[in-house]
Design a protein around this ligand. Sequence first.
Ligand code: PBG
Length: 336
Amino acid sequence: MSQASFPAQSFPATRMRRGRSSPWIREMLAEHRLHPSDLIWPLFIADGKGAEEPVASLPGVSRWSVDRLADRAREAHSLGIPCLALFPNTPPALRSERAEEALNRDNLVCRAIRAIKDAVPDIGVLTDVALDPYTAHGHDGLVDAAGYVLNDETTEILTGQALVQAEAGADIVAPSDMMDGRVGAIREALEAGGHRNVAIMAYAAKYASAFYGPFRDAVGSRGLLKGDKRGYQMDPANGGEALREVALDLAEGADMVMVKPGLPYLDVVARVKDAFGVPTFAYQVSGEYAMIEAAVAAGAGERDALILETLMSFKRAGATGVLTYHALDAARLLHG
Ligand code: PBG
């Protein structure tokens, strides 16, 4: 066939597929990379000794008793995971209307912090600041007679809770309660208490989400929760409001911010990162984890690929890192 029947302009000068034509060039042109240091591993803590309690709605995830946490921390550290996030399943007898156990210097989470720091001083420990693992009604704060979650009264207790965690050795406290003004109050108390280098990761844009169900099973608050959390957590209809929340938390002294849940709120992750340029984390929450595991169990997808693709989507959106129950698996995959 002659040249004339295939004029040059009938071929695209730009062939995007050149950049996809072999593994090495794909690797070379990748805009984002996942690394084990992007991952924070949330761990549930059980009372008792020698315990591993599988969480039925989170297949592959267990609660571990304090004496078994050192091994988990060593495993995470050896895989290059920089930080663990701790969530206690407080024994029912220790839950109360006013969440006194949150201020107990020897509560489950404080014992867990000490056990981890003793065994692996070089791994970061992040603790959740909220009252839901300690209240008899499952809310993140104190509730008045009408069922309203009280803001300022709750903030006072949260401040004490954060101090207790810092004294036990927490490196990052992460208020997840969505009370107004709590980041500022906690920062002030940490400074006054001499905890200048204890950082705050604010759950700045935390939504009233249907994706928290398995987590509430894991910390034992699902059956207790009266009503819902829409009076303090954000409305899923709102994106711009997240920017106001982040601005406030940063002004109050947050060192880093979080968007939660993750995948259904990637637009918020991207907007927050673009607007503020601060360390921005996403929490791939329990329901998201369960959704992936259910898809795999139903034969709807390949597990390793689903894990890595969803985690990469956070990086593409601009996230600094991700809290994920898949952290260990992902780190292993990344090490090849
Ligand atoms: C509690 C808290 C929740 C999660 C993290 N901290 C649940 C809630 O707000 O009800 C959810 C995490 C997950 O679903 O994995 N303040």
